[in-house]
Structures are given as C-alpha cells and as structure tokens.
Design a protein around this ligand. Structure first.
Ligand code: BGC
Length: 458
C-alpha cells in the first residue's frame, strides 16, 4: 500500500468512527431503558420522552449541520459532533435529575444527527472516485460495529453488576444504578475519535469552495500522487467555475432528480423495517415461540450478521456498482419479508426457518440498502448545495426512523406480524422498482463528473 493510500485509509476510517458513535448511541438505550424505568418509576409518557428525546436531538443535529458545515468547515463540524457524544456520555451517566438525563440524551442525538450528515459527506468529498463506495461503506460498517459494541458493553456491565463491591460508590455505580456506566462507556470511543480527528485535514473540496486553493493543494498532495492531485484540483476548480456561472440552489429544477433519488432512498431504507427487526427481533422470536431465555444472544447474532455482510459492500460497491447491489439486495429483502409474513400467516413460526429468513433479510440489507443509501445520498449533489441537500435527505431518513418507531408497535398489535412484514415488503418492492428505473449508476465517477449525469449542462 502506498503512503498516500495508507493516509487516505487512516483519514476515512477515523471519520467513519462518527458512524460507530451513531450506532452505539442509538443502541445503548435498549439495554439501559428497563433499569432507568425501574429507578425513576417512569410511566409510558416519560419513557416515550426519554426514547424520543434522542430522535428529536438527531433532527436538530441534522438542521444545525445543514446550516453550519458550509461556514465552519467539515472537520470542525465533525469535531463538534464528537464533543456532543462526549458531553452526552458524561451527562447521561451522572444526571442530577431525570430531566437532565432527557436533555443529555438529546445532546447525544444532536451528535448522531450531525455525524450522520457530515461523516459520510466528508468521506465522499475526500475519497478518490475509484474507492469512494468502499470508503463510505466503512461508515456503515462502523454503525454496525457501534450497535454490536453497545450490546456487548451493556451485557458485560449487567454481568459485572452481580459482583460484590467493596466501596459504597462502586456498589452504587456498578450495581444499584448499572445504567450509568452503560452510557459512560460511550466516552471512550468519543475521546479516541476526538484525539484521532486532530490528525485529519479539512476537506479539500470545501477549502476550494472557500477559495483556499493553497491549503487545498497542500492537503491534496499528501493524499494523492502528484499527477492525481493536479488532475483532481483542476477538475474541482473547473466545476467551481461552472457552479458560479449557474448558481444552483436547493430549489433549482436541476437539483430535482438527485433530491428525489436521495429522499426516496433515505425514506425507503427505513420503511424496509430494518430498525424494527434489529430492535424488536428478539421479541419477534419470542412471540414466535422460540425460547429466548437469552435475548441478548439473538441481538448479538443479528448484529454480527449485519456487520459481517456489510464487509461485502466494502468489496463490491466499487466493483459491481451501487445499482446492482441495491437491486440484488432488495430482491432478497422482498422475498425474505414476504416469506416471514407467510410463516406468521400460516402459524408456522416454530422451527429454524423464521430465524434463517430474518437473518437473510439482515444480510441482504447489510450488503445493499444499508451502505448504498448513504453512499448515493452523499455523492450525487454538486458541492455548492451538497451539505444542504444531504441534510434534507438525512432529515427525511430520521423522520422515517421516527415514523417506524411510532407505528411499528401499533401496526404489530392491530394487524399482526404477517401484515406488518408484508407492509415492509411492499415498501421494499417500491424501492426495488425505483432503484431499477430511476437510480443512476455512480460508480467510478468523480463528484464533478457526477454533475454531468444528474445536472443538465447550462
Ligand atoms: C440505518 C440505520 C440502521 C443501521 C443498521 C443504517 O444504514 O440508517 O437506521 O440502524 O443501518 O445497520
């Protein structure tokens, strides 16, 4: 590996840790919630507050990023997200009251929202065109790793809480109120993230958009060969010239197609039911009569399959292209969801078939919809509107996360598991047709060449 490539890898992997914190933060609550509920005697309204405060924070974080990232730069925005994670970890571990706990969760949510816009966007701007898919998929891999780490760390801490402790403080912290260290654990990756970020440069594309050509050139020369750097910088400044002549904004007709692609992919990624399956998977197995004395084991199996199959996307996104992955993955998703529904409909949920189908679903999501959604959203917009457009798509994604979280339990109760699975299957079928007919291939193109695909020349 040349030193340029090694440096690119280091930078993209560091920025992808934003995804790890995103995954950790969203998953940690699943282990902590029962303990907190007992301690604060929460009613359903207060519990709802605690869970939705994270999501409200996400939405706020996305909006902030849309507004500040063009002004203060990508790198500072990423660091700001890291600081939010750290504050949230400490704030959630030692809140003086329940309200402060809700606020600290919200701050973590702001970090998640910010990271979900700026981490993959930085990678898209930074990676060479030939490796961009793979490098954005690192971010998705980091999300899946974060989810898995949160499960493990929660499980270890629950296990540890059964020990006997010598001091009152340790007894209080690790035994009586074991949810506190669950949150505090997030401080470790947050600090590592912030420390590594000091070695990450600003995005050269952002610098060029601020006319800081000398700085952009110096950075580009550290991460590309001399020829590649010169070629890419020339392309960026040519595109900047075109951009100032055409003055595209979010409402320009030229941006309609990429915006539609980004929003539809974002919303339908969530309407595939992924989070319902990740978080309710163990209770679905339980309801199906599979012995779940070890719910955590199911969570870990789901999490591990999710992570392992994301590695395929890392290998395949730049080789076979985004569309092939989407189409193949969505085919598997639709088939497995329809069959899962059928098992429930025919009352055939005992036995290993349900587990196999649900894992097939997760595997198909992991190599396609999971990473490819983030890849496409972050590579289809021209630099002058990228942050705002990515923020709009990511906002749509978080609103869809909220909708699924609100309506899934209700749907499950009112219509049963079969219809619920079939609804997710129908949404994924719509996404399949959309990916086949509307989504354009973006593999191997530079972000500047992408404009020729999406934006008619003016
Ligand atoms: C989705 C998350 C989901 C995760 C699971 C991401 O691409 O946006 O909502 O929890 O994948 O791996």
């Amino acid at each position: 590996m040349s030193s340029h490539v090694a440096r690119q890898q280091f930078i993209c992997i560091t920025v992808a840790i934003g995804g790890l914190l995103f995954g950790f933060d969203t998953a940690v609550i699943s282990g902590a919630i029962t303990l907190i509920k007992n301690q604060f005697a929460l009613d359903t309204v207060m519990e709802g507050w605690l869970v939705s405060s994270g999501l409200a924070g996400c939405i706020l974080g996305v909006l902030i990023t849309g507004l500040v990232s063009d002004r203060i730069g990508r790198k500072k925005t990423i660091a700001l997200a890291g600081i939010m994670f750290l504050i949230s970890a400490v704030g959630c571990a030692f809140p003086p009251s329940f309200s402060v706990l809700v606020i600290a969760r919200m701050i973590g949510g702001v970090g998640v929202g910010m990271a979900s816009v700026v981490s993959p966007m930085y990678i898209a701007e930074f990676a060479p065109a030939s490796h961009r898919g793979r490098m954005i998929a690192y971010y998705q891999l980091a999300i899946t790793l974060g989810i898995l780490l949160a499960y493990f760390s929660n499980a270890l801490l629950v296990n540890y809480s059964h020990h006997s402790f010598n001091s009152d403080w340790s007894n209080w912290f690790f035994h009586t109120e074991a949810w506190r260290p669950m949150f505090l654990a997030m401080a470790i990756p947050s600090v590592v993230f912030l420390a590594l970020l000091t070695r990450v440069p600003e995005s050269p594309r952002w610098l060029m958009s601020r006319q800081q050509t000398a700085k952009a050139t110096a950075i580009m020369q550290q991460v590309r060969s001399a020829d590649e750097a010169a070629k890419e910088l020339a392309e960026i400044s040519k595109a900047a010239g075109r951009a100032s002549a055409r003055r595209i904004s979010l409402t320009s007709p030229a941006i309609r197609l990429p915006l539609m692609i980004g929003i539809v992919l974002a919303v339908f990624q969530q309407f595939s039911g992924i989070n319902a399956i990740i978080y309710y998977g163990p209770s679905i197995f339980e309801a199906a009569g599979i012995d779940s004395s070890n719910a955590l084991l199911f969570q870990v199996i789901i999490g591990a399959v999710n992570m392992l199959f994301t590695i395929l996307a890392i290998r395949w996104a730049d080789k076979y292209g985004r569309r092939i992955l989407l189409i193949a993955g969505l085919t598997g998703i639709v088939v497995s969801l329809v069959l899962c529904g059928l098992l429930f409909y025919t009352n055939n949920t005992q036995g290993p078939l349900l587990l196999i189908l649900m894992l097939t679903y997760i595997a198909c999501f992991a190599f396609s919809l999971g990473p490819v959604t983030w890849i496409v959203i972050n590579e289809i917009f021209p630099t002058e509107v990228r942050v705002k457009a990515v923020a709009v798509c990511t906002l749509a994604l978080w609103i869809a996360v909220w909708m699924v979280g609100q309506f899934f339990p209700w749907l499950l109760e009112k219509t049963g598991a079969a219809v619920t699975f079939w609804m997710f299957a129908l949404c994924s079928l719509i996404n399949f047709v959309f990916s086949l007919k509307v989504v354009k291939e973006t593999k191997g193109k530079t972000l500047e060449e992408m404009e020729e695909v999406f934006i008619a020349p003016h």
